[in-house]
Design a protein around this ligand. Structure first.
Ligand code: F6P
Length: 501
């Protein structure tokens, strides 16, 4: 479905461009290879392989202006209640910097800074305690961010993540660990999440009590009461931080334990520097705005239903999974802020993987399938492993894939022809450091917000996940044989379960 309001001009640019690919646009305007690049400190973005030209880009920027994008960011950073359906601010930026003069944002920054000091002390205490392993128990926003960063920047792994309610996950996580030398952190904004409560119980029993249990929650009383965790071992978070935006808060405790508290602060500093870029740059050079406008061009003007993130850095292998929650939980909406139906499509399906493995898996479909999937390619210029030849090979594959998708290749044999015209954005980090990773994640957060502003939707609620949770709770008595299911298919499935177990 094409967007209507405010998108007509974009549509006329698409008609004018008649499906021109980036290679034909580059042939007419070779300078776009350089001019469509933007840099912020150690992050480089090249949008030249997208299929809009300079005039269409101007129209995209005009759309951002028409949506008051600069003011939208001011409201976000200033702590206004941008999460209108829940009447809350979304002040994740205040967890990492003091960018807004607004009193509420400054207060949030001060509050977060005090907790960060407590967090630093806790990390020092745990590091000195003789504990060798930490199990971080949480799910969704209370898991994916810390898991990504810890995996990307870890020293030899000593932090283990347990999220799934499947008991096999707990069994596998705990099997190699020694309970006498392990501590656990239970992370849950609400402390009402089934998975975390059940897995928390498993950890408490496995550890032989609550002595080495820690918690992070916006509901600290509940955390303390449910697991008998002493107050000094519970770190707070707040309702003005969304779960999927919370890795910068005490939810990042597993990160600090995995990579050290100083490097955790480096992560925050990198994100904060990117925040300053987003808040203070004109729309023309604002990287998150450009990324969001590119997403809207591909989704609403060209109608592409999927978006891929391919990381050409093994350490970022978990980035696609993290972004799936950030992007799809934020932007998977069908109604606007006022509750009326959106007048076009919102988020495409986001997915991805790590190159070069993906090339030997699903890239066939990206090169020759009937659907076009715009991509973000993410690579790192400096490598930190000792295998220089492998790094050259990795980078050559990264550049080659983007080229092949864009330019294609003709052949008399239709089976061997590549249509080309498949857009991608190239993202390069100078090196993978806490600072550059913080900036990259902040870039995506701010692009998500900009997309929500362009679509007129709320990026900060997630009511869509509630129904399944309620039904699952309601079905527990039926699974225990204490009640009947009401859905006819579920009834048959339960009978099958009973007969075969
Ligand atoms: O999956 C829905 C969700 O509410 C996410 O938004 C959230 O990050 C996750 O569950 C975990 O919630 P909590 O931190 O409250 O346990």
């Amino acid at each position: 479905m094409k967007m209507k309001s405010g998108f007509d001009t974009l549509q006329s640019h698409a008609t004018r461009l008649q499906g021109a690919s980036s290679s034909s646009l580059l042939a007419k305007d070779p300078a776009r290879a350089r001019d469509f690049a933007l840099r912020q400190e150690s992050l480089y973005f090249n949008f030249a392989r997208q299929s809009y030209d300079r005039d269409a880009l101007d129209a995209l920027l005009a759309l951002a202006r028409a949506r008051d994008m600069t003011d939208a960011y001011r409201r976000l950073f200033g702590g206004e209640k941008v999460n209108v359906t829940e009447g809350r601010a979304a002040l994740h930026t205040a967890l990492r910097g003091d960018h807004s003069g607004a009193a509420v944002a400054r207060e949030a920054y001060a509050t977060a800074s005090v907790v960060r000091l407590r967090m630093g002390a806790l990390v020092a205490e745990l590091e000195a305690s003789g504990i060798t392993d930490i199990v971080s128990v949480g799910i969704g926003g209370s898991d994916l961010g810390p898991r990504l960063v810890a995996d990307a920047l870890r020293e030899p792994a000593r932090v283990h993540f347990l999220s799934n309610v499947d008991g096999a996950a707990a069994q596998r996580t705990l099997a190699p660990l020694d309970p006498a030398r392990t501590a656990a952190i239970l992370i849950s904004k609400t402390f009402g999440t089934q998975e975390t409560l059940l897995n928390g119980g498993i950890l408490r029993d496995w550890l032989g009590g609550s002595e080495r249990l820690y918690a992070v929650s916006a509901n600290p009383e509940r955390a303390a009461a449910a697991f008998d965790i002493a107050g000094e071992r519970v770190l707070p978070m707040w309702d003005w931080v969304g779960g999927r935006y919370s890795l910068w808060s005490a939810v990042g405790l597993p990160i600090a334990l995995a990579i050290g508290f100083d490097r955790f602060e480096g992560l925050l500093a990198g994100a904060s520097e990117f925040d300053a870029h987003v808040l203070n740059s004109p729309l023309e050079t604002n990287i998150s705005v450009r990324h969001a406008l590119t997403a809207v061009w591909n989704r609403n003007v060209l109608g592409h239903a999927a978006h891929g993130v391919m990381t050409y850095d093994q350490r970022l292998a978990l980035l696609p999974a993290y972004l799936q929650q950030l992007v799809m939980e934020s932007l998977g909406k069908s109604v606007k802020l006022d509750g009326s139906a959106v007048d076009g499509d919102t988020v495409p399906v986001w997915w991805g993987g790590a190159g070069t493995d993906v090339q030997h898996s699903f890239f066939q479909a990206l090169h020759q399938g009937t659907g076009i999937v715009p991509l973000d390619f993410v690579g790192t210029i400096r490598h930190d492993d000792p295998y220089a030849e492998n790094h050259l090979a990795l980078m050559s594959n990264l550049f080659a894939q983007a080229e092949a998708l864009a330019n294609g290749q003709t052949s008399e044999d239709p089976h061997r022809a590549y249509a080309g015209g498949r857009p991608s954005t190239l993202i390069l980090l100078d090196a993978l450091t806490p600072e550059s990773l913080g900036a990259l994640i902040a870039m995506y957060e701010h692009s998500v917000y900009a997309q929500s502003v362009l679509w007129g939707i709320n990026a900060f609620d997630q009511f869509g996940v509630e129904l399944g949770k309620q039904l699952a709770n309601g079905l527990l008595p039926a699974l225990r044989g204490e009640a009947e299911a009401s859905d006819p298919v579920t009834k048959v499935l339960l009978a099958e379960l009973k007969a075969r177990s």
